[in-house]
Design a binder for this molecule. Structure first.
Ligand code: NAP
Ligand code: MG
Length: 473
Protein backbone atom coordinates (compact mmCIF):
# COMPACT_ATOMS: atom_id res chain seq x y z
CA UNK A 1 0.00 0.00 0.00
CA UNK A 2 1.57 3.31 -0.98
CA UNK A 3 0.89 6.61 0.72
CA UNK A 4 -0.94 7.99 -2.32
CA UNK A 5 -3.57 5.25 -2.30
CA UNK A 6 -4.66 5.37 1.34
CA UNK A 7 -7.41 7.60 2.64
CA UNK A 8 -6.56 10.44 5.05
CA UNK A 9 -8.35 8.64 7.85
CA UNK A 10 -5.81 5.82 7.53
CA UNK A 11 -2.83 8.08 8.05
CA UNK A 12 -1.47 9.98 11.04
CA UNK A 13 0.17 13.29 10.22
CA UNK A 14 3.12 13.74 12.58
CA UNK A 15 3.83 17.37 13.53
CA UNK A 16 6.79 19.21 15.02
CA UNK A 17 5.77 20.37 18.54
CA UNK A 18 7.94 23.49 18.11
CA UNK A 19 6.26 24.71 14.91
CA UNK A 20 3.13 22.69 14.24
CA UNK A 21 4.55 21.79 10.81
CA UNK A 22 4.18 18.32 9.33
CA UNK A 23 7.36 16.25 9.63
CA UNK A 24 6.08 12.95 8.29
CA UNK A 25 3.23 10.47 8.11
CA UNK A 26 2.56 7.01 9.42
CA UNK A 27 -0.11 4.49 8.54
CA UNK A 28 -2.90 4.16 11.05
CA UNK A 29 -3.20 0.42 11.34
CA UNK A 30 -6.06 -1.42 13.01
CA UNK A 31 -7.18 -4.84 14.19
CA UNK A 32 -6.47 -6.66 10.91
CA UNK A 33 -2.87 -5.51 10.76
CA UNK A 34 -2.45 -6.29 14.46
CA UNK A 35 -3.53 -9.88 13.85
CA UNK A 36 -1.26 -10.14 10.80
CA UNK A 37 1.77 -8.81 12.68
CA UNK A 38 1.17 -11.22 15.56
CA UNK A 39 0.74 -14.13 13.15
CA UNK A 40 4.04 -13.27 11.42
CA UNK A 41 5.79 -13.01 14.78
CA UNK A 42 4.31 -16.28 15.93
CA UNK A 43 5.53 -18.06 12.83
CA UNK A 44 9.05 -16.76 13.44
CA UNK A 45 9.16 -17.68 17.11
CA UNK A 46 10.16 -21.40 17.00
CA UNK A 47 13.29 -20.77 14.92
CA UNK A 48 14.35 -17.83 17.09
CA UNK A 49 13.84 -19.90 20.23
CA UNK A 50 16.11 -22.59 18.78
CA UNK A 51 18.80 -20.10 17.81
CA UNK A 52 21.79 -20.38 20.18
CA UNK A 53 21.57 -17.62 22.76
CA UNK A 54 25.07 -16.38 21.90
CA UNK A 55 24.01 -16.01 18.26
CA UNK A 56 20.95 -14.00 19.35
CA UNK A 57 23.30 -11.71 21.22
CA UNK A 58 25.56 -11.32 18.18
CA UNK A 59 22.68 -10.38 15.91
CA UNK A 60 21.36 -7.88 18.44
CA UNK A 61 24.84 -6.40 18.78
CA UNK A 62 25.12 -6.04 14.99
CA UNK A 63 21.74 -4.34 14.76
CA UNK A 64 22.56 -2.01 17.68
CA UNK A 65 25.83 -0.97 16.02
CA UNK A 66 23.95 -0.04 12.86
CA UNK A 67 21.57 2.13 14.90
CA UNK A 68 24.56 3.86 16.50
CA UNK A 69 26.05 4.54 13.07
CA UNK A 70 22.80 6.29 12.12
CA UNK A 71 22.70 8.35 15.33
CA UNK A 72 22.77 11.78 13.65
CA UNK A 73 19.89 11.00 11.34
CA UNK A 74 17.85 9.37 14.11
CA UNK A 75 18.47 12.18 16.63
CA UNK A 76 17.19 14.77 14.19
CA UNK A 77 14.14 12.65 13.40
CA UNK A 78 13.46 12.25 17.13
CA UNK A 79 13.76 15.98 17.82
CA UNK A 80 11.46 16.83 14.92
CA UNK A 81 8.65 14.54 16.05
CA UNK A 82 9.10 14.68 19.84
CA UNK A 83 10.34 18.23 20.45
CA UNK A 84 13.37 17.61 22.70
CA UNK A 85 16.66 19.47 22.17
CA UNK A 86 18.99 17.74 19.69
CA UNK A 87 21.55 17.14 22.41
CA UNK A 88 18.97 15.21 24.45
CA UNK A 89 17.87 13.29 21.36
CA UNK A 90 21.48 12.16 20.84
CA UNK A 91 21.65 11.04 24.47
CA UNK A 92 18.42 9.12 24.00
CA UNK A 93 19.58 7.26 20.87
CA UNK A 94 22.88 6.47 22.60
CA UNK A 95 21.03 5.10 25.64
CA UNK A 96 18.86 2.94 23.38
CA UNK A 97 21.98 1.41 21.84
CA UNK A 98 23.67 0.89 25.24
CA UNK A 99 20.66 -0.98 26.55
CA UNK A 100 20.62 -3.30 23.53
CA UNK A 101 24.38 -3.84 23.92
CA UNK A 102 23.90 -4.61 27.61
CA UNK A 103 21.40 -7.36 26.87
CA UNK A 104 23.37 -8.61 23.86
CA UNK A 105 26.21 -9.15 26.37
CA UNK A 106 23.94 -11.01 28.77
CA UNK A 107 22.85 -13.46 26.06
CA UNK A 108 25.69 -15.81 27.00
CA UNK A 109 24.72 -15.71 30.67
CA UNK A 110 21.13 -16.93 30.55
CA UNK A 111 20.81 -19.54 33.28
CA UNK A 112 18.40 -22.04 34.69
CA UNK A 113 19.01 -24.18 37.77
CA UNK A 114 19.87 -27.71 38.90
CA UNK A 115 18.40 -28.97 42.18
CA UNK A 116 20.24 -32.04 43.50
CA UNK A 117 18.81 -34.90 45.58
CA UNK A 118 15.17 -34.02 45.27
CA UNK A 119 14.42 -37.57 46.17
CA UNK A 120 16.14 -40.94 46.02
CA UNK A 121 17.83 -41.05 42.58
CA UNK A 122 16.03 -37.88 41.49
CA UNK A 123 17.07 -34.35 40.77
CA UNK A 124 15.25 -31.28 39.54
CA UNK A 125 15.89 -28.79 36.75
CA UNK A 126 14.52 -25.30 36.37
CA UNK A 127 14.28 -24.52 32.66
CA UNK A 128 13.92 -20.92 31.51
CA UNK A 129 11.86 -20.64 28.37
CA UNK A 130 10.94 -17.64 26.27
CA UNK A 131 7.29 -16.61 26.39
CA UNK A 132 6.60 -16.22 22.67
CA UNK A 133 5.11 -13.09 21.12
CA UNK A 134 5.69 -9.98 23.24
CA UNK A 135 3.79 -6.77 22.57
CA UNK A 136 5.67 -3.58 23.53
CA UNK A 137 3.56 -0.44 23.97
CA UNK A 138 5.58 2.73 24.25
CA UNK A 139 4.73 6.40 24.99
CA UNK A 140 5.95 9.55 23.22
CA UNK A 141 8.25 11.03 25.89
CA UNK A 142 11.20 8.65 25.33
CA UNK A 143 10.08 6.73 22.24
CA UNK A 144 13.36 4.89 21.74
CA UNK A 145 14.86 4.22 25.18
CA UNK A 146 11.54 2.86 26.44
CA UNK A 147 11.44 0.60 23.39
CA UNK A 148 15.01 -0.60 24.01
CA UNK A 149 14.17 -1.54 27.60
CA UNK A 150 11.72 -4.10 26.24
CA UNK A 151 13.42 -5.11 23.02
CA UNK A 152 16.79 -6.03 24.54
CA UNK A 153 15.70 -8.53 27.21
CA UNK A 154 12.80 -9.86 25.12
CA UNK A 155 14.96 -10.72 22.11
CA UNK A 156 17.95 -12.24 23.90
CA UNK A 157 15.62 -14.52 25.84
CA UNK A 158 14.25 -15.81 22.52
CA UNK A 159 10.97 -13.93 22.25
CA UNK A 160 9.71 -12.06 19.20
CA UNK A 161 8.44 -8.49 19.53
CA UNK A 162 5.64 -6.46 18.02
CA UNK A 163 6.01 -2.83 19.10
CA UNK A 164 3.45 -0.05 19.02
CA UNK A 165 4.94 3.43 19.34
CA UNK A 166 2.76 6.35 20.44
CA UNK A 167 0.68 7.75 17.61
CA UNK A 168 2.50 11.08 17.74
CA UNK A 169 6.05 9.63 17.68
CA UNK A 170 6.14 6.74 15.21
CA UNK A 171 8.84 7.91 12.79
CA UNK A 172 12.10 7.25 14.68
CA UNK A 173 10.82 3.82 15.73
CA UNK A 174 9.90 2.89 12.14
CA UNK A 175 13.35 3.96 10.94
CA UNK A 176 15.07 2.00 13.72
CA UNK A 177 13.09 -1.12 12.81
CA UNK A 178 14.18 -0.68 9.19
CA UNK A 179 17.85 -0.25 10.12
CA UNK A 180 17.82 -3.26 12.45
CA UNK A 181 16.20 -5.35 9.76
CA UNK A 182 18.87 -4.38 7.26
CA UNK A 183 21.64 -5.13 9.74
CA UNK A 184 21.39 -8.34 11.65
CA UNK A 185 17.86 -8.95 12.85
CA UNK A 186 15.74 -11.10 10.56
CA UNK A 187 12.64 -9.17 9.59
CA UNK A 188 9.85 -10.51 11.78
CA UNK A 189 11.72 -10.65 15.08
CA UNK A 190 11.00 -6.98 15.68
CA UNK A 191 8.06 -5.38 13.92
CA UNK A 192 6.92 -1.83 14.56
CA UNK A 193 3.24 -1.28 13.83
CA UNK A 194 1.73 2.21 13.94
CA UNK A 195 -1.75 3.28 14.92
CA UNK A 196 -3.96 4.48 17.75
CA UNK A 197 -3.66 3.00 21.21
CA UNK A 198 -7.42 2.58 21.58
CA UNK A 199 -7.66 0.58 18.33
CA UNK A 200 -4.35 -1.02 17.38
CA UNK A 201 -3.05 -1.14 20.96
CA UNK A 202 -6.16 -2.92 22.26
CA UNK A 203 -6.15 -5.36 19.35
CA UNK A 204 -2.57 -6.31 20.15
CA UNK A 205 -3.20 -6.63 23.89
CA UNK A 206 -6.24 -8.87 23.38
CA UNK A 207 -4.81 -11.04 20.59
CA UNK A 208 -4.95 -14.61 21.92
CA UNK A 209 -1.52 -15.41 20.48
CA UNK A 210 0.26 -12.70 22.45
CA UNK A 211 1.98 -14.07 25.55
CA UNK A 212 3.07 -10.86 27.22
CA UNK A 213 2.43 -7.13 27.19
CA UNK A 214 5.22 -4.77 28.19
CA UNK A 215 3.58 -1.38 28.68
CA UNK A 216 4.97 2.04 29.49
CA UNK A 217 2.59 4.95 29.79
CA UNK A 218 0.07 6.57 32.07
CA UNK A 219 -1.39 4.87 35.13
CA UNK A 220 -5.04 4.91 33.91
CA UNK A 221 -4.19 3.37 30.53
CA UNK A 222 -1.83 0.91 32.21
CA UNK A 223 -4.61 -0.32 34.49
CA UNK A 224 -6.92 -0.75 31.51
CA UNK A 225 -4.26 -2.66 29.58
CA UNK A 226 -3.66 -4.90 32.61
CA UNK A 227 -7.39 -5.65 32.85
CA UNK A 228 -7.57 -6.59 29.19
CA UNK A 229 -4.45 -8.73 29.46
CA UNK A 230 -5.78 -10.47 32.58
CA UNK A 231 -8.70 -11.88 30.58
CA UNK A 232 -6.20 -13.88 28.59
CA UNK A 233 -3.96 -14.51 31.64
CA UNK A 234 -1.14 -12.80 29.79
CA UNK A 235 2.07 -11.73 31.48
CA UNK A 236 2.26 -7.97 32.02
CA UNK A 237 4.84 -5.44 33.05
CA UNK A 238 3.71 -1.89 33.66
CA UNK A 239 5.98 1.14 33.87
CA UNK A 240 3.60 3.94 34.76
CA UNK A 241 3.58 7.44 36.16
CA UNK A 242 5.64 8.94 38.94
CA UNK A 243 5.93 11.94 41.26
CA UNK A 244 9.49 11.59 42.45
CA UNK A 245 10.44 13.43 45.65
CA UNK A 246 13.90 14.94 46.22
CA UNK A 247 14.93 15.50 49.86
CA UNK A 248 17.80 17.87 50.55
CA UNK A 249 19.08 17.89 54.14
CA UNK A 250 20.96 20.63 55.96
CA UNK A 251 24.39 19.00 55.51
CA UNK A 252 24.04 18.39 51.74
CA UNK A 253 26.30 19.53 48.92
CA UNK A 254 23.92 22.34 47.93
CA UNK A 255 25.53 23.20 44.59
CA UNK A 256 25.48 19.59 43.45
CA UNK A 257 21.88 19.21 44.54
CA UNK A 258 20.84 22.45 42.80
CA UNK A 259 22.27 21.21 39.49
CA UNK A 260 20.57 17.85 39.92
CA UNK A 261 17.22 19.50 40.69
CA UNK A 262 17.45 21.66 37.59
CA UNK A 263 18.37 18.82 35.25
CA UNK A 264 16.08 16.36 37.02
CA UNK A 265 13.02 18.56 36.70
CA UNK A 266 13.58 20.23 33.33
CA UNK A 267 15.22 17.53 31.18
CA UNK A 268 12.88 16.65 28.27
CA UNK A 269 10.77 19.69 29.27
CA UNK A 270 9.80 17.88 32.45
CA UNK A 271 8.16 15.04 30.55
CA UNK A 272 9.90 12.12 32.21
CA UNK A 273 8.34 9.48 34.40
CA UNK A 274 11.24 9.78 36.84
CA UNK A 275 11.65 13.54 36.72
CA UNK A 276 12.01 15.27 40.10
CA UNK A 277 8.44 16.39 40.68
CA UNK A 278 8.47 17.41 44.37
CA UNK A 279 11.34 19.17 46.12
CA UNK A 280 11.69 19.16 49.94
CA UNK A 281 14.38 21.36 51.51
CA UNK A 282 15.46 21.28 55.13
CA UNK A 283 15.14 24.70 56.79
CA UNK A 284 18.80 25.71 57.20
CA UNK A 285 19.67 25.44 53.49
CA UNK A 286 16.24 26.24 52.03
CA UNK A 287 16.76 29.95 51.27
CA UNK A 288 20.22 29.48 49.79
CA UNK A 289 18.97 26.54 47.72
CA UNK A 290 15.94 28.40 46.36
CA UNK A 291 18.08 31.41 45.42
CA UNK A 292 20.64 29.29 43.57
CA UNK A 293 18.03 27.13 41.87
CA UNK A 294 16.07 30.16 40.69
CA UNK A 295 19.23 31.68 39.21
CA UNK A 296 20.11 28.44 37.46
CA UNK A 297 16.66 27.80 36.03
CA UNK A 298 16.47 31.40 34.83
CA UNK A 299 19.44 30.65 32.56
CA UNK A 300 17.68 27.75 30.80
CA UNK A 301 16.93 28.61 27.19
CA UNK A 302 13.48 27.76 25.87
CA UNK A 303 13.33 27.15 22.12
CA UNK A 304 12.92 24.73 19.26
CA UNK A 305 14.86 21.51 19.76
CA UNK A 306 16.80 22.16 16.57
CA UNK A 307 17.83 25.73 17.54
CA UNK A 308 21.38 26.36 18.75
CA UNK A 309 21.59 26.74 22.54
CA UNK A 310 18.12 25.41 23.38
CA UNK A 311 17.98 23.63 26.74
CA UNK A 312 14.19 23.31 27.03
CA UNK A 313 12.07 22.42 24.02
CA UNK A 314 8.30 22.72 23.75
CA UNK A 315 5.88 20.41 25.47
CA UNK A 316 5.00 17.52 23.22
CA UNK A 317 1.41 18.52 22.45
CA UNK A 318 -1.32 21.07 22.96
CA UNK A 319 -3.02 18.62 25.32
CA UNK A 320 0.10 18.29 27.48
CA UNK A 321 0.42 22.06 27.77
CA UNK A 322 -3.26 22.51 28.59
CA UNK A 323 -2.98 19.92 31.37
CA UNK A 324 0.11 21.61 32.79
CA UNK A 325 -1.47 25.07 32.64
CA UNK A 326 -4.48 23.78 34.54
CA UNK A 327 -2.23 22.20 37.18
CA UNK A 328 -0.18 25.38 37.63
CA UNK A 329 -3.13 27.80 37.59
CA UNK A 330 -5.31 25.81 39.95
CA UNK A 331 -2.39 25.30 42.34
CA UNK A 332 -1.63 29.03 42.45
CA UNK A 333 -5.31 29.83 43.09
CA UNK A 334 -5.01 27.82 46.29
CA UNK A 335 -1.75 29.45 47.44
CA UNK A 336 1.99 29.28 47.00
CA UNK A 337 4.52 31.83 45.77
CA UNK A 338 5.35 31.91 42.06
CA UNK A 339 9.14 32.31 41.90
CA UNK A 340 9.60 31.89 38.18
CA UNK A 341 7.63 31.21 34.98
CA UNK A 342 4.02 30.14 35.29
CA UNK A 343 3.16 31.17 31.72
CA UNK A 344 3.92 30.78 28.04
CA UNK A 345 7.04 32.65 26.86
CA UNK A 346 6.55 35.86 24.87
CA UNK A 347 7.93 36.22 21.34
CA UNK A 348 7.17 35.30 17.74
CA UNK A 349 9.42 32.24 17.81
CA UNK A 350 7.09 30.72 20.41
CA UNK A 351 3.79 31.52 18.73
CA UNK A 352 3.14 28.22 16.95
CA UNK A 353 4.72 25.68 19.33
CA UNK A 354 3.63 24.24 22.68
CA UNK A 355 6.11 26.20 24.80
CA UNK A 356 5.91 26.93 28.53
CA UNK A 357 8.38 28.72 30.78
CA UNK A 358 10.25 26.74 33.42
CA UNK A 359 8.28 27.30 36.60
CA UNK A 360 9.13 27.25 40.31
CA UNK A 361 6.46 27.52 43.01
CA UNK A 362 7.28 27.81 46.71
CA UNK A 363 5.05 26.26 49.37
CA UNK A 364 1.90 25.45 47.39
CA UNK A 365 -0.82 23.65 49.36
CA UNK A 366 -0.08 19.98 50.03
CA UNK A 367 -3.40 19.02 48.45
CA UNK A 368 -2.84 21.06 45.27
CA UNK A 369 -2.59 19.44 41.85
CA UNK A 370 1.16 20.10 41.71
CA UNK A 371 1.55 18.10 44.91
CA UNK A 372 -0.82 15.23 44.25
CA UNK A 373 -0.99 14.66 40.47
CA UNK A 374 1.74 13.58 38.14
CA UNK A 375 3.10 16.79 36.60
CA UNK A 376 4.42 16.03 33.13
CA UNK A 377 5.94 19.41 32.32
CA UNK A 378 8.42 22.05 33.52
CA UNK A 379 6.91 23.05 36.88
CA UNK A 380 8.44 22.30 40.27
CA UNK A 381 6.76 22.73 43.67
CA UNK A 382 9.12 23.34 46.61
CA UNK A 383 8.48 22.92 50.32
CA UNK A 384 10.50 23.39 53.50
CA UNK A 385 10.84 20.49 55.92
CA UNK A 386 12.03 20.47 59.54
CA UNK A 387 13.62 17.02 59.54
CA UNK A 388 14.40 13.91 57.53
CA UNK A 389 11.43 12.18 59.15
CA UNK A 390 9.05 14.91 58.03
CA UNK A 391 10.53 14.73 54.52
CA UNK A 392 10.05 10.97 54.31
CA UNK A 393 6.49 11.28 55.58
CA UNK A 394 5.67 13.95 52.99
CA UNK A 395 7.43 12.04 50.23
CA UNK A 396 5.44 8.91 51.01
CA UNK A 397 2.04 10.63 50.76
CA UNK A 398 2.05 10.11 46.99
CA UNK A 399 0.21 7.20 45.42
CA UNK A 400 3.16 6.89 43.07
CA UNK A 401 6.45 5.23 44.00
CA UNK A 402 8.82 5.34 41.07
CA UNK A 403 12.05 7.18 42.00
CA UNK A 404 13.28 9.30 44.91
CA UNK A 405 16.47 10.93 46.08
CA UNK A 406 18.08 12.11 49.30
CA UNK A 407 20.99 14.53 49.57
CA UNK A 408 23.08 14.33 52.74
CA UNK A 409 26.57 13.56 54.05
CA UNK A 410 25.10 11.66 56.98
CA UNK A 411 25.35 7.91 56.35
CA UNK A 412 22.65 7.07 58.85
CA UNK A 413 20.18 9.56 57.37
CA UNK A 414 20.90 8.23 53.87
CA UNK A 415 20.42 4.64 55.01
CA UNK A 416 17.13 5.44 56.73
CA UNK A 417 15.88 7.24 53.61
CA UNK A 418 16.91 4.36 51.34
CA UNK A 419 14.97 1.94 53.52
CA UNK A 420 11.88 4.06 54.19
CA UNK A 421 11.16 5.90 50.93
CA UNK A 422 8.33 4.11 49.11
CA UNK A 423 9.90 4.00 45.68
CA UNK A 424 11.50 1.46 43.39
CA UNK A 425 14.69 3.54 43.12
CA UNK A 426 16.45 5.77 45.66
CA UNK A 427 19.46 7.84 44.68
CA UNK A 428 21.77 9.13 47.43
CA UNK A 429 23.56 12.34 46.41
CA UNK A 430 22.58 11.62 42.83
CA UNK A 431 19.37 11.66 40.86
CA UNK A 432 17.50 10.42 37.83
CA UNK A 433 20.33 8.50 36.18
CA UNK A 434 19.14 5.07 35.12
CA UNK A 435 21.69 2.29 34.89
CA UNK A 436 21.26 -0.78 32.72
CA UNK A 437 22.82 -2.75 35.58
CA UNK A 438 20.10 -2.00 38.15
CA UNK A 439 16.42 -3.02 38.20
CA UNK A 440 14.02 -0.16 37.51
CA UNK A 441 10.32 -0.29 38.28
CA UNK A 442 7.77 1.41 40.46
CA UNK A 443 5.96 0.65 43.69
CA UNK A 444 2.26 1.40 44.20
CA UNK A 445 0.52 3.07 41.27
CA UNK A 446 3.83 3.41 39.43
CA UNK A 447 3.78 -0.09 38.08
CA UNK A 448 4.47 -3.79 38.25
CA UNK A 449 7.64 -5.62 37.26
CA UNK A 450 11.15 -4.42 36.45
CA UNK A 451 13.02 -3.21 33.41
CA UNK A 452 16.84 -3.07 33.24
CA UNK A 453 19.17 -5.26 35.28
CA UNK A 454 19.28 -9.03 35.08
CA UNK A 455 15.90 -8.81 36.85
CA UNK A 456 14.27 -7.80 33.56
CA UNK A 457 15.17 -11.19 32.07
CA UNK A 458 12.76 -12.90 34.48
CA UNK A 459 9.92 -10.92 32.98
CA UNK A 460 10.60 -12.36 29.52
CA UNK A 461 10.99 -16.01 30.52
CA UNK A 462 8.83 -18.64 32.13
CA UNK A 463 10.39 -21.00 34.65
CA UNK A 464 9.55 -24.63 34.05
CA UNK A 465 10.23 -27.41 36.55
CA UNK A 466 11.53 -30.78 35.40
CA UNK A 467 11.98 -33.80 37.67
CA UNK A 468 14.55 -36.34 36.50
CA UNK A 469 14.34 -39.72 38.11
CA UNK A 470 16.82 -42.48 37.32
CA UNK A 471 15.27 -45.83 36.37
CA UNK A 472 16.66 -48.75 38.37
CA UNK A 473 19.62 -50.33 36.49
P1 NAP B 1 -0.62 6.86 27.56
O1 NAP B 1 -1.73 7.68 27.09
O2 NAP B 1 -0.85 5.89 28.63
O3 NAP B 1 -0.04 6.13 26.24
C1 NAP B 1 1.02 5.24 26.29
C2 NAP B 1 0.92 4.25 25.14
O4 NAP B 1 -0.26 3.47 25.29
C3 NAP B 1 0.81 4.90 23.78
O5 NAP B 1 1.49 4.12 22.82
C4 NAP B 1 -0.68 4.87 23.54
O6 NAP B 1 -1.01 4.96 22.18
C5 NAP B 1 -1.03 3.53 24.11
N1 NAP B 1 -2.44 3.36 24.44
C6 NAP B 1 -3.37 4.32 24.72
N2 NAP B 1 -4.56 3.76 24.97
C7 NAP B 1 -4.40 2.42 24.85
C8 NAP B 1 -5.28 1.30 24.98
N3 NAP B 1 -6.59 1.45 25.29
N4 NAP B 1 -4.80 0.05 24.78
C9 NAP B 1 -3.49 -0.12 24.47
N5 NAP B 1 -2.62 0.90 24.32
C10 NAP B 1 -3.07 2.17 24.51
O7 NAP B 1 0.58 7.72 28.07
P2 NAP B 1 1.05 9.11 27.51
O8 NAP B 1 0.20 10.19 28.00
O9 NAP B 1 1.16 8.97 26.06
O10 NAP B 1 2.53 9.16 28.17
C11 NAP B 1 2.84 9.80 29.36
C12 NAP B 1 2.67 8.90 30.57
O11 NAP B 1 3.58 7.80 30.53
C13 NAP B 1 3.01 9.59 31.89
O12 NAP B 1 2.05 9.27 32.85
C14 NAP B 1 4.36 9.02 32.29
O13 NAP B 1 4.68 9.05 33.62
C15 NAP B 1 4.27 7.65 31.77
N6 NAP B 1 5.62 7.12 31.57
C16 NAP B 1 6.11 6.19 32.43
C17 NAP B 1 7.40 5.70 32.29
C18 NAP B 1 7.96 4.66 33.19
O14 NAP B 1 8.95 4.03 32.84
N7 NAP B 1 7.40 4.43 34.36
C19 NAP B 1 8.19 6.17 31.26
C20 NAP B 1 7.66 7.14 30.41
C21 NAP B 1 6.37 7.60 30.56
P3 NAP B 1 -1.43 6.39 21.51
O15 NAP B 1 -0.31 7.32 21.70
O16 NAP B 1 -1.63 6.05 20.10
O17 NAP B 1 -2.65 6.84 22.24
MG1 MG C 1 -2.06 9.35 25.84
Amino acid sequence: MTMATVADTDVTVVCNPATGEEVGRALRHGADEAAEAVARARAAFPAWWETPAARRGELLHEAASAVLAARDELSLQLTLEQGKPLREARIEITRFVHTLEHYAGLAKNLRGAYVPNLDVRAHGLVLKRPLGVVVAIVPWNFPTTLLGNKLGPALVCGNVVVAKPAETTPLTTLRIAEIMREHGLPEVLFQAVTGKGSVLGEALVTDPHVAKVAFTGSTPVGKHVAELAARGVKRVTLELGGSDPMLVLDDADVDGAVSAASVGRFFNCGQACLAIKRLYLQEAIADEFVKKLTAKVQRLKVGAGTAEGTTIGPLHSEEQRATLEDQVDSTLEGGGELLLGGKRPDGDEYSSGWFFEPTLILEPPHDSKLATEEVFGPALPIWRIGSLEEGIERANTSEFGLGSSVWTRDLTAATVAAEKLEAGYTWINSAQIIYDELPFGGFGESGVGKEHGIEALDHYQEAKAVVVRQSPR
